[in-house]
Design a protein around this ligand. Sequence first.
Ligand SMILES: *Cc1c(COP(=O)(O)O)cnc(C)c1O
Length: 423
Amino acid sequence: MTTYKNTLEFAKRLDSEDELNSYRKKFHIPKDNKGNELIYLTGNSLGLQPKSTKEYINQELEDWANLGVEGHIEAKNPWLPYHEYLTENMAKIVGAKPLEVVVMNTLTTNLHLMMVSFYKPTKLRYKILIEADAFPSDKYAVESQLRHHGYDDKEGLVLWKAREGEELAKYEDLEQILEEQGDEIALIMIGGVNYYTGQFFDLKRITEIGHKNGCVVGFDCAHGAGNVELNLHDSGADFAVWCTYKYLNSGPGSLGGCFVHERHAYDKDLNRFTGWWSHNKKTRFNMRHEFDVLPGAEGWQLSNPPILSMAAIKASLDMFNEVGIIKLNKKSKKLTGYFEFLLKELGEETIRIITPSNPDERGCQLSIQVLNADKKLHDRLTEEGIISDWREPDVIRCAPVPMYNSFEDVFKMVKRLKQILNE
Ligand SMILES: *Cc1c(COP(=O)(O)O)cnc(C)c1O
């Protein structure tokens, strides 16, 4: 148990003792118009750019300039198998086997592709269960899948809600829902770390509850990948999807990741949408063959992927691999713990942390609920050089990211917050 102190000196000491403190210099930290570094706490929305990203992308631009189409084979990193360079490191980040992971498409697209294979409604079992405050895109995606199969999207959608007056969803309530209508639910699709509250769900527990009731279970890990230890393989989940532009620092709109559990890896009968990139690599270019699906997650690819985006992902994953998710997590718990300590020290009744206080039930994000939904507080923070984000109705989300945020960052954030609250 760390004993924290509410002083700048103490924050600086924690930074000097931090074994990851050299990584901050490897990122571009945005500055204000006077050239002062901003306190960037929105790595949960768009991760910062590693300085190495430019080199990685330039390599591919140069090879394209010099080689044209030959770059598919002759580039320093041949483009044909480029996605494979990402697989092993990505698998480590999400706790999966390389066979189970592929980088492709974007997040919501992957979610749909997964539902093509894993949402197989029947007359009696057709409903989809999601958490009540799921990310809007996820909700829209599952509703459209319901409609696509001819079901009413209101009647077919089951919500796992927090209780009246509470923010966090309870497993007992999930069990209750499944007891009552488990045999009507075809798919459970939950945000592994809820984007709003920052609650990190017990993926294994949810999967077990779902499987016991005959449901397929998938997770959207957009807020989990690179943030918490997901252990996707051990969770037993059927599938998972995530993006790489949040905690994985790969740039705006970059490609997503996809996990399909090993138990489905060789099931050629599993219905799916396909393209030439899901076809056997040896005969892909013969163009005349009967379709022969690749085993594992690769068998869900459609197109030859955008190399420039993948180069940015490679730059980031190489850094993650160097540090390792274990060390990142260790620092993350300490950093967010310090942030929480400082916020509580304020003793303010106008703000309240709704993220779980148990470090195992959250990642780095703290969601701060503001009394009377006063958005001015967020605007003032922005004016004072603190980049956080406001989510309707009443929450400021702050994510001190262990790779590049410092203990000094969170100290300064809370100090400025205090000044603003006293204005
Ligand atoms: C960020 C995020 C998205 C965004 O989806 P895109 O397809 O990448 O635009 C969707 N779902 C969740 C849970 C997210 O956190």
